[in-house]
Design a protein around this ligand. Sequence first.
Ligand SMILES: Cc1cc2nc3c(=O)[nH]c(=O)nc-3n(C[C@H](O)[C@H](O)[C@H](O)COP(=O)(O)OP(=O)(O)OC[C@H]3O[C@@H](n4cnc5c(N)ncnc54)[C@H](O)[C@@H]3O)c2cc1C
Length: 434
Amino acid sequence: MSRIIVIGGGLAGLTAAYWAVEAGLEVSLLEATHRFGGHTRTAKLDAIALELGEEFFEDTPDTLLNLCGLLGLEPQPLPDLRRVVRQGGQDWVLPAGLNLASGYGLHQIAELPFSRSVKWRLGTERFTPTALVKDELLGAFFRRRLGPEVWGVLEPYLSATLGGPAEDVSAPAAFGRLVGLERKGGLLAGSRPLTTEGRWHLVEGMGALIEALSKHLFPKARLLPHHQVWAITRDSRSWTVHTQGGQLEAEAIIMALSAPQAAKVFRPSAPQITTLLNHFPHQHSAKVYLLCRRDELTAGPGEFFFARGEGYTSSALKLTHPNPEMTLARVQFAGETARSADSELSRLAEQDLAKCLQTRVRPLAAWVFRQPFSRPHFTQGQARRTADLERELVHAPGLFLTGSYLAGPGLANLVEHSRQTTQHALDFLALSTA
Ligand SMILES: Cc1cc2nc3c(=O)[nH]c(=O)nc-3n(C[C@H](O)[C@H](O)[C@H](O)COP(=O)(O)OP(=O)(O)OC[C@H]3O[C@@H](n4cnc5c(N)ncnc54)[C@H](O)[C@@H]3O)c2cc1C
């Protein structure tokens, strides 16, 4: 019997297994597919790296940045890209380094070509009284602090970053640090002393992190790909994990799946947990990569953000030059559109590219990657949903849940949540042995 079984071999599961192994425990890591990494994946096509999941991470909390160092990786600050929001028939070039997750550089918003009245409002934002609205919507929060014009420009960028309509997001759940800045005398004044933009990436791609974690874990942990978990059950002593290959037992379980994936595992034995997990909303996501000849597509590097209407979809376009002859365009979709057929997504991506550059593009190759239900959407009620789930888990000693739907946006939060969850599991095991 393993002391801990980790279910799910994405970044959350791999890091949970890492800390459990570092604590000297016997660990099994079960992954449904043939490969570890989940949504964090870099596909390599010749020398071109296609990032399928998140492309960078924050340095706060610093657990992931430090872990990279421990694994011998050398993260680099994310290079500055020209970021343009196309809104109201106008191009708004976002200030260099602006990071809305940390608040860094927010004061530079006042340099954008807003009307005098908007600039005056921004200049006096620090005198706007702090309103402690519980679980306020992000749109309402920004309109209240900075005005509707500023929100109109930031909204397409934030929707693309969050992978769903930013208007519906809970400000404290998704941007707790901004809410904190309001209490420190205003967003613009509070952002001024911040000293780091704080976004990092791995030049070789985020896949290098998965590779380094897997190498570190093997053979210290039992890594079991092709082990899809159907259900988990518990008797008075231990947990039983039911997979297509048979049953495994453990004293504690860390379930590192997305909420929709975890909901399926609980259905046979704990439908009440399935119901609670189904209350965490998730959006679909898709990335389309178009490879074009550089003499046909000279623009870039840079990123463009558009707001869309129907249903709701955000779309973001990134142009880079993987080599002197080529331009690589990445178009990212979130929302219902991300479920469209590959041909439709390619067509929409080409349309976005043509609209953005006002020219027809003829890609040499297109790749479409669709990830249904991959992006947690931190809508109002996130704190209540989490509290309800935690209350239910009190009746399941030795069972611990982690995943981005509980951690908040971004990989840095995810890895810190996974570390804390593993620590709770270790504390539980220490107490049950005592
Ligand atoms: C393009 C893109 C951008 C994103 N950006 C953000 C972002 O900005 N912020 C954010 O919070 N999130 C974002 N996400 C969501 C992203 O999925 C997570 O942040 C992160 O990858 C989640 O890691 P994870 O390990 O929790 O889950 P996953 O990466 O989903 O890994 C779960 C693993 O469990 C396996 N599995 C599933 N079911 C079972 C089972 N029954 N038995 C065994 N194994 C199972 C899966 O095969 C998978 O390998 C983004 C996703 C995409 C695709």
